[in-house]
Design a protein around this ligand. Structure first.
Ligand SMILES: [Zn+2]
Length: 418
């Protein structure tokens, strides 16, 4: 490891702060949704900083931005690092931006120390990671990885019916380079943890070994609307009461699949609610996650079996539709080991961790050796304006990223695909 090279702590921190001004909210967060004028402003600033480092900028058809620093051997596929600059409407300052600007800090440091790596290095900013304006999430990296086709991605509409593709054109980030996979020696994304584990266990660095399997469902519950006064309890077909049973069932499935299981009903709606009508129709969503595909399958089986009992018991009809399935992801062992090794050499504490959230890295993992670095975030909070981190944690993360990227770029032929 290059012991004489260190990142510039204030430069990283100041860039994070400067980026956070674009779309800054009163409560200290950021609202910089994909392909808005503010998104354009953040892209322009990122590109300006990259040009100051003499990087070659490429923009693809999805508006993904690549900034390349040549190596000694430019026939080698690059080591790539980055994340996203879009945020949730009530987003924080570091979710995404940390990954893009830490990768920039790596390049700035290498330029400052005039250090050449063997393989080239590319910083990447993926379009529409959050998916709040244009669902689903992680579209830019999904099209790049061949997991989502370009034309349907460009046709995604926001709530006003505006297309993703026309917004890309409007902000002039509809690049001409084909958005498709190409050889990448390795991809590392650094991100805030978005959960409380590192902070609770007092660890500096999360070495992310993979991502959870997920199943998402939409559930429609149909009972019968009836007057709240004259309808005796025993003949009611109360969709809300049945929904409540489903919510409790989902929660108990989560509790029964520890460690690792997560089970959430995030939306519950009564159709045409009225205070003196027994609810006849309800809609709810279920989000199941587990690091183990087989355990997730069991959670699914229990859900479906028990819902049948609720249906019978509450005299309602319950339709359950699975709308998303993601297999669990294992990141690349060579890259995981490099990150761990660097963390030890820098004398930082670390913990292996599985990502509970989706990330661009999970998409890229399907086409290139990939891993992630997490740093703690205060109280585990993200997707919230009060999301915050400690400066020292950002610095440690960027140091680990720097040395991992250099190590991988100098030994890219040793990265074993698993
Ligand atoms: Zn993010």
């Amino acid at each position: 490891m290059l012991t004489n090279i260190k990142i510039n702590e204030d430069r990283l921190w100041n860039s994070l702060n400067e980026m956070a001004l674009i779309g800054a909210t009163d409560k200290g967060g950021v609202n910089r949704q994909a392909l808005t004028d503010l998104d354009k402003e953040s892209r322009d600033l990122f590109i300006k900083w990259c040009k100051e480092e003499n990087l070659t900028i490429t923009i693809d058809q999805m508006g993904n931005i690549f900034a390349r620093r040549e190596g000694k051997n430019n026939n080698l596929p690059p080591i790539m690092s980055g994340s996203h600059l879009d945020t949730q409407p009530t987003g924080g300052r570091y979710d995404g931006a940390l990954g893009v600007l830490s990768a920039l800090e790596v390049v700035r440091t290498l330029n400052e120390f005039n250090y050449s790596t063997e393989a080239p290095i590319e910083i990447v900013m993926w379009t529409n990671e959050e998916g709040c304006r244009f669902p689903p999430a992680m579209t830019g990296s999904a099209v790049f990885s061949g997991l989502h086709d370009l034309s349907s991605a460009l046709a995604i509409q926001d709530q006003e019916g505006v297309k993703l593709g026309s917004e890309l054109e409007r902000i002039k980030y509809n690049g001409s380079v084909a958005c498709k996979s190409r050889p990448i020696a390795g991809f590392i994304e650094i991100h805030i943890e978005q959960g409380p584990i590192l902070e609770m266990e007092n660890k500096n660095i999360g070495v992310v070994t993979g991502a959870q399997a997920q199943k998402w469902y939409e559930v429609n519950i149909t009972g019968m609307e009836a007057h709240a006064g004259p309808t005796p309890m025993e003949i009611r077909k109360d969709a809300l009461v049945a929904s409540s049973e489903v919510v409790l069932l989902v929660n108990s499935i989560g509790n029964n699949f520890q460690p690792g299981g997560c089970a959430t009903c995030g939306v519950l709606e009564i159709v045409n609610p009225s205070r003196n009508v027994i609810p006849g129709n309800c809609f709810l969503t279920i989000d199941f996650r587990h690091p183990d595909d087989d355990k997730l399958k069991k959670m699914d089986e229990i859900l479906r079996k028990t819902i049948k009992l609720i249906e019978k018991d509450k005299k309602v009809k319950i339709e359950i539709k699975q709308i998303l399935e993601l297999k669990s992801n294992s990141f690349n062992k060579s890259i995981i080991n490099t990150i761990k090794d660097v963390t030890h050499k820098l004398k930082f504490t670390n913990k292996e961790i599985i990502s509970g959230a989706g990330h661009d890295a999970v998409n890229i993992n399907s086409i290139a050796p990939t891993a992630m670095i997490f740093i703690p975030c205060i109280d585990g909070i993200s997707h919230n304006e009060i999301e915050d981190i400690h400066k020292e944690d950002a610095i440690r993360g960027a140091e680990v990223l720097l040395h991992s990227v250099v190590e991988l770029a100098n030994n890219s032929s040793k990265i074993i695909n698993n």
